[in-house]
Design a protein around this ligand. Structure first.
Ligand code: UTP
Length: 360
């Protein structure tokens, strides 16, 4: 069954998905719709949790070890930046960290070595994501010299499935968690416990909320928020037709104004429903041509679940737009480390705390 699904995804790899999209522009802005009081109450009552995805292969960054260990502020790794924000938000908030098979042990060692950066070990759960085999140019699994299939991390969209299967969803549910945010470890401006965002999600009775920014460069490598069959969805930049990606309206504004940053708020019930419906047996598998781990420079086809493919299952999806410098500073390639560091520190020169560093 899995082999069949992988093979048909491989066969369709170069074809643009044939979903027709329409522009999405029914978004709110944080300035007008952020709900700080509601969100602060959720955090105080520990009804909010956070999932940090820190697995993956980090091909473009090309460094050894977990992405989360990369030092971005002087003496501070990405993991510490997130830990500091969690501590500043409230004591004992629930946090889950998704690792990959490759970096799981190293991630836990890093936290232990740094005494969990002051967090309580009992508030953090680590779980490792699943793997999919790499395929070669003929659509066959790639085998190493010992006859073993070479595999790679299954994409950050698998994280929600693992959250349930690992028992963490159940644990959070018993603790009274109602909502959780999804953040990527390679975006140090992501806020794991943003009261305005959480409060907005609750007020809108949403199953999923996307924290977005306005697109200012049509060629930026970010997913685009669209309407698919009348529902809010995302199309990855390399899966969107060029004509639509560049399209402008009669005022010269981009016809598709919002960029997806992979910053989400999910309702716990929604995730459980997805799991019960076996949604991951039906979700698309995206195919990327990437370096094959352990096979010096060889390329192969990698399969991944994308997080935004849960959106068609949501009965209430909302989008809230933030200023870019409040939520987005991605580290994808080596050169980004310095760019992001300078961006975060720019405020410090004016005697303010580094950008995105709450309560420190
Ligand atoms: P990317 O999409 O940048 O993937 O991940 P990547 O594997 O880190 O890097 P490349 O594409 O090979 O260069 C975005 C976020 O999702 C996490 C990463 O840790 C990062 O925080 N991620 C990605 C996972 O946790 N698992 C995956 O399988 C993929």
């Amino acid at each position: 069954m899995l082999a069949e699904r992988l093979h048909s995804a491989w066969e369709a790899r170069d074809k643009l998905l044939k979903v027709s999209t329409a522009p999405f522009n029914q978004y709110d802005t944080v300035e007008k719709a952020g709900e700080v009081a509601l969100g602060s109450a959720l955090i105080k009552q520990k009804k909010a949790a956070c999932l940090i995805v820190a697995g993956g292969q980090g091909t473009r960054l090309g460094i050894q070890g977990p992405k989360g260990c990369v030092e971005v502020l002087p003496g501070k790794s990405l993991f510490q930046i997130f830990a500091d924000k969690i501590k500043a938000a409230e004591d004992s908030l629930s946090v889950a960290i998704m690792t990959s098979e490759e970096n799981h042990a190293e991630t836990i060692d890093f936290f232990e070595k740094h005494r969990y950066f002051g967090l309580e070990p009992s508030q953090i759960d680590f779980f490792s994501q699943s793997q999919f085999p790499f395929y070669d140019d003929h659509g066959n699994p790639i085998i190493d010299e010992n006859g073993k299939m070479i595999s790679g991390p299954s994409g950050n969209g698998a994280s929600l499935l693992h959250l349930v299967e690992s028992g963490i969803w159940e644990k959070w549910n018993k603790r009274g968690v109602e909502y959780f945010t999804f953040v990527q470890v390679d975006n140090p401006l992501a806020d794991p416990f943003d009261p305005k965002f959480l409060g907005y999600h609750q007020k809108q009775k949403a199953e999923v909320t996307l924290k977005a920014i306005l697109r200012d460069d049509p060629l930026e490598k970010v997913g685009v928020i669209v309407l698919k069959e009348g529902k809010v969805g995302v199309v990855e930049y390399n899966e969107m037709a060029e004509k639509e990606r560049l399209a402008k309206d009669s005022n010269g504004q981009l016809l598709y104004p919002c960029a997806n940053l992979s910053l989400f708020c999910f309702s716990m019930d929604f995730i459980h429903r997805l799991w019960k419906e076996k949604a991951w047996d039906k979700m698309p598998l995206h195919v990327a041509h990437k370096k094959v781990p352990k096979l010096n420079k060889s390329m192969g086809y990698k399969f991944e679940y994308f997080i935004f493919d849960v959106l068609p299952y949501s009965q209430q999806t909302k989008v809230i737009v933030y200023p870019r410098d409040q939520c987005y500073a991605p580290i994808k390639e080596l050169k980004d480390i310095k760019i992001v560091k300078d961006k975060l520190l720019a405020h410090k020169d004016k005697g303010q705390r580094p950008l995105g560093q709450r309560g420190l």
